[in-house]
Design a protein around this ligand. Structure first.
Ligand SMILES: *Cc1c(COP(=O)(O)O)cnc(C)c1O
Length: 394
């Protein structure tokens, strides 16, 4: 059943629109700014004392960036602040560097996006911060891994490539009891389908590049945090010098206005495609958080308001070398990184080197799909033909 409009749809129309920023037009002007001018020395000195009170310097943003930040806060109630970063990866780095220091221990879900692991195993390691990866399905058992110097737990739910849904409230409770901060990568669900701050999370990041921008034409991330952690996160973003250009911020806000409508269509179409695959004789399993075959599906039902367009499926045992027969001749699914745009994408997903705590064992190749806004019947026909090509090549 397609979702009906709800309160979030009204919120998204008005969020971040202040008349003193827009001066009567619907959308905020795109301010291209580095230098901001002060009329008097007294005004300059007042601004130095309180640089976030108004225009100060381009790196701290203008109403173009502020409008998007304010609107994003409305999508994750409980956030005390939001900062834009030039990519999702820079948002992850800023969040981690904001709360960790040399000698600290960090727990990270084994299902984390690969570049997150790269930050942990590279940059953080070189700073003397130790990372330990945990089974995404660990739940409250995570308390067994918490050491006296464990300062943060990093979650991503559902996980990249394999889509395990995590028990965020249980993990948060265990982390809180030990005084560790909980960070989540909320890119898959966005604040519309999962509000981290209702589930015990302290810091939330998103790759806005994906669903918020929504049209595959800009790179951007954001970091939000509760009152308690916001000063540290804000300082980290500031000290790293992270900021985004006004044209990208404008595209982000434009995308956010239609996010709810787009997600409803991604959700409905992805469900149809996932169910088609689930019933198909050449498919071993489908890793879609709303299907029983996905680890943590009950947690998804308990905690999430919806599912989106990204999921994976596993082919029955076969020669991985024949995978090209499956993908190369597809009509609607294109091969490419990223997701969240209006176009459907397919990627052969390789887990080698991306798992250290758990090793999911699949009989055949793992494929990740992003279901775009095409007619799902066209996508199903495309996949049906690809499955026959793969099977007949055996
Ligand atoms: C793409 C992605 C990111 C990184 O976003 P970029 O804007 O490409 O840096 C982070 N987390 C997840 C889950 C992603 O899929």
């Amino acid at each position: 059943m397609a979702k009906k409009p709800g309160p979030i749809d009204t919120k998204l129309v008005h969020a971040g629109r202040r008349p003193d920023w827009t001066h009567g037009v619907v959308n905020p002007p795109v301010y291209h700014a580095s230098t901001c001018l002060f009329d008097t020395v007294a005004e300059f000195e007042a601004a130095v004392k309180n640089p976030n009170a108004g225009l100060y310097y381009g790196r701290r943003g203008t109403p173009t960036q502020w409008a998007l930040q304010e609107a994003l806060i409305e999508t994750e109630p409980g956030a005390a602040g939001c900062r834009l970063t030039p990519s999702g990866v820079s948002a992850i780095a800023a969040a981690l560097l904001g709360v960790l220091k040399s000698g600290d221990h960090l727990l990270v879900t084994d299902s984390a996006y690969e570049p997150t692991r790269s930050i942990c195993d590279g940059l953080l390691k070189s700073q003397g911060i130790e990372t330990e990866y945990f089974d995404p399905m660990i739940g409250s058992e995570i308390s067994r891994l918490i050491k006296p110097n464990t300062k943060a737990v990093f979650c991503e739910s559902p996980g990249s490539l394999t889509f395990e849904v995590q028990d965020i409230p249980a993990i948060s409770a265990a982390a809180k009891a030990a005084g560790a901060v909980v960070i989540i990568d909320n890119t898959w669900a966005t604040g519309l389908y999962f509000n981290p701050f209702d589930h015990g999370v302290d810091i939330s990041i998103q790759a806005l590049t994906k669903y918020v921008v929504g049209h595959s034409d800009a790179m951007m991330g954001c970091v939000m945090a509760t009152e308690r952690y916001w000063p540290r996160v804000e300082r980290s973003v500031f000290q790293l010098g992270l900021c985004v250009g006004p044209d990208d911020a404008y595209l982000g806000l434009r995308g956010l206005r239609t996010l709810s409508v787009r997600l409803k269509q991604h959700e409905a179409s992805a469900m149809r495609v996932a169910e088609f695959l689930w019933a198909h004789q050449h498919v071993d399993t489908v890793l879609h958080p709303a299907l029983e075959s996905c680890p943590g599906q009950a947690l998804w039902r308990r905690d999430f308001k919806g599912s989106t367009g990204l999921f994976s499926f596993v082919l029955k045992a076969g020669d991985p070398a024949l995978l090209n027969h499956f993908i190369d001749d597809m009509q609607h699914f294109k091969i490419g990184f990223s997701w969240g745009g209006y176009e459907s994408l397919i990627l052969p997903a390789r887990l080698t080197g991306t798992r250290t705590a758990t090793t999911p064992n699949f009989p055949g190749p793992l494929l990740r799909l992003h279901i775009g806004l095409e007619d799902p019947e066209d996508l199903i026909a495309d996949l049906g033909e690809a499955l026959e090509r793969y099977h007949n090549a055996h």
